[in-house]
Write a protein that binds this ligand. Structure first.
Ligand code: MN
Length: 232
C-alpha cells in the first residue's frame, strides 16, 4: 500500500519493566469525577459520568525518570493542571460489567489533563463542545504504563501534584465518584473499547493555573512520578 503522503507514526507509551511499547488507540477522559473538584467547578452530587476525548497525538510522552516539556499553548491566559490516574485498556469489549472490568485493564499511568480553562468556561457558557479547552496539542502529558500486576492497590492510591515543589493537589483514588470499574462499565456502554485505549479518570480538587517556567510533578502511589516543565 502507498499513501499520498507520509502516514503519521503510531503513538505509543513505554511500559515499565518491558522493552515492548503500548500502542495508543483512543484517549477518553472522565469529567468531574471527584466530589471536591466538582464543587470547585460549581457542581455537586453524583451525576452520571460523562466523557470527552483528546486526540492520541496530543499526548506528551515522558519516560521514566525524565522531565518532559510542553509549550505554553496558544489562545489562553489560564492554563490549568489536572493530575489524573490513567487506565490503560489491554482487552477491548462493549457493555463490560463493572465486576468484569479488571480483566480488560492492562495497566496504569500518571497523566495530566491540561486545560485551557478560560476557553473551556467560554464553551460551557455557550453550550458548545469543549475541544478547544481540552483537546489541544500537547494537552496530555503522560508517564510510562505500569502493568497492573506491578501497580499495587491503585483504587486506594494517593494522588498528588506539586508545582515548583509546592503542593497543589492531594487526594486519594478512593474518592473517585465513579471508580475505575464503574467508569469502564459506563464507557463501554457508549463506545466499544479497544486494546490501546486510555482513560483519564478525572482530577481531584486543587486545579489551578501554571505559567511558563513552572515544573509540574505528579504522583500516584505505586506508579512512580510524572515530571514536566512548561516551556519558556
Ligand atoms: Mn480532567
Amino acid at each position: 500500500m502507498s499513501f499520498a503522503f507520509e502516514a503519521p507514526p503510531v503513538v505509543s507509551l513505554p511500559i515499565v519493566g518491558r522493552t515492548e511499547r503500548f500502542p495508543v488507540h483512543r484517549v477518553y477522559c472522565v469529567g468531574r469525577n471527584y466530589e471536591e473538584h466538582a464543587k470547585e467547578m460549581g457542581f455537586t452530587g453524583r451525576e452520571p459520568p460523562f466523557f470527552f476525548l483528546k486526540p492520541n497525538d496530543s499526548l506528551v510522552v515522558v519516560n521514566e525518570g525524565q522531565t518532559g516539556a510542553m509549550n505554553y499553548p496558544s489562545l489562553t491566559q489560564n492554563l490549568h493542571h489536572e493530575i489524573e490516574l490513567v487506565v490503560a485498556i489491554g482487552v477491548g469489549g462493549r457493555n463490560i460489567k463493572a465486576e468484569d472490568a479488571a480483566k480488560h485493564i492492562y495497566g496504569y499511568a500518571v497523566g495530566l489533563d491540561m486545560t485551557r480553562r478560560d476557553l473551556q468556561n467560554e464553551m460551557k457558557k455557550q453550550g458548545r463542545p469543549w475541544c478547544i479547552g481540552k483537546a489541544f496539542d500537547e494537552s496530555g502529558p503522560i508517564g510510562p504504563i505500569t502493568p497492573k500486576d506491578m501497580a499495587g492497590d491503585v483504587n486506594n492510591a494517593q494522588i498528588s501534584l506539586q508545582v515548583n515543589g509546592v503542593d497543589r493537589q492531594s487526594s486519594t483514588v478512593a474518592k473517585l465518584i465513579w471508580n475505575i470499574a464503574e467508569t469502564i462499565e459506563h464507557l463501554s456502554a457508549a463506545w466499544e473499547l479497544q486494546a490501546g485505549d486510555l482513560v483519564f479518570t478525572g482530577t481531584p480538587e486543587g486545579v489551578a493555573a501554571v505559567v511558563q517556567g513552572d515544573r509540574l510533578v505528579g504522583h500516584v502511589a505505586g506508579l512512580g512520578s510524572l515530571s514536566i516543565d512548561i516551556q519558556k
